[in-house]
Design a protein around this ligand. Sequence first.
Ligand SMILES: [Zn+2]
Length: 428
Amino acid sequence: MTERLYYQNSFLYNFSASVEDVLSLADGRRALVFDRTAFYPASGGQQFDTGWIEFVSAENEEAMEFPKLRVSEVLEDEAEGNVLQVFDNLTCALVLPVRVRGFIDVERRQDHMQQHSGQHVLSAAFLKLFDAPTLSFHMGDETCTIDLDIAKLSAAQCEQAERHANQIVWDDRQVLKHQATPEQARKIGVRKIPDAAHETLRLIEVRGVDLCACGGTHVLTTGQIGNIQLRKVEKVKQGMRVEFVCGVRALRFARKDFQTLTEAAALYSSHIWDVPTQSQKLIDASKNAQKQQQKLLEEIAELTAQQALARTPAECGCKIISEFFAERDLAFIKLYAQKLVATEDNVIALVGAGQGSPSLVFACSTGAQAFANGFDAGAQLKKIVGEVGGRGGGTPLLAQGGVPSADLIPALLARVAQAARAGGSRDD
Ligand SMILES: [Zn+2]
């Protein structure tokens, strides 16, 4: 069973130990078990430490002539009570006994201490203010979350909890470690006593504020947390999830927020606090412009349709209008075809667009359906686009589809028009 040096001292960043076991993991990586370690394994919501080890001489603990090895992950072997230091490239054969010196990545450990101690303080604030106990804690690479056993949380409540938690940070209260049996812990009202019965529990106390069972690494006083910043609140199945960052992460996030807002404000030539108002104005203006554009497009479609109908003579009682618009898109030709068949009752419209995805729209007035052996827009379009590897379909009165290239469209339209005319004259 590995002795955990981090239980006594979270600020112990290097240590020496004896290698007790060499393991091969299922994924092919290898791991070392030491008699004692300051490397924290992933557990209790906290992420694992990373760092380095070097092999040292058993006599004088001096480094031997081997390169340092990177500890890429640290795992907990709960069955054996061991901590596993995992290596991506530990290839040399090891003959025990071997002594090592371990070096913890300090910045990562300090960040974890800030997040984890910050979590205890924030959880205590939600419990005190709103009687909302913490169900679980997750420390991610970017942000941390706690899930609270409460149905709703307003923005004002979150702000209040954030203010209260930061007051505890500014009070610079001691963070203390205690040992107790589960029985003793229950008596003094410790929150979150683990179900698995341990002989002794490690308790973390934020002096005068919070006392709970926890195996994590913590700061010495709450001032070292720096500050606690709530980022997001959302409803989850078991209650409310609060996303937060502490200390160095809070600073990094605030800096990034400020930079982002500054860039946005520069686009509007406004103060950063006016960005939402300016954005709203722009969104409203853009919606208006879209409406206006749609109206104009309809008017153009209408006029173009009127002109086409005026210049197209009826052949055997039917007007077949076949047209390719290289500079227009599907939305326009759909409007145009619909205007054509709605304006007169004897029209077959065969229209193509070259802009955007090359597309075809076929439409047919109800009065023209009897023409051309019963012109069926959907069937005709499906057949013709299918021949060139495109897709599409619709009803007998209106159909649309896409083709691989705009260059194909004029010939396709000509073929369908010719077939419709031939069918029409055969009919008569
Ligand atoms: Zn904890």
